[in-house]
Design a protein around this ligand. Structure first.
Ligand SMILES: [Zn+2]
Length: 46
């Protein structure tokens, strides 16, 4: 899975969350840093 990190708010965004939009769904920032695939624990922070 490809993941991105928002350069503005620092959230990790999966390609699934991103969908067809090339911007952060949380703050609408368009500058996303592509991360390498790695093992990350899923944390549900709500
Ligand atoms: Zn953001």
């Amino acid at each position: 899975m490809v993941e991105y990190k928002c350069s503005n708010c620092g959230r990790i965004i999966t390609q699934d969350e991103l969908g067809m939009k090339a911007k952060c769904p949380y703050c609408s920032n368009k500058l996303l840093i592509k991360l390498r695939t790695r093992i990350i624990k899923e944390v549900k922070a709500r």
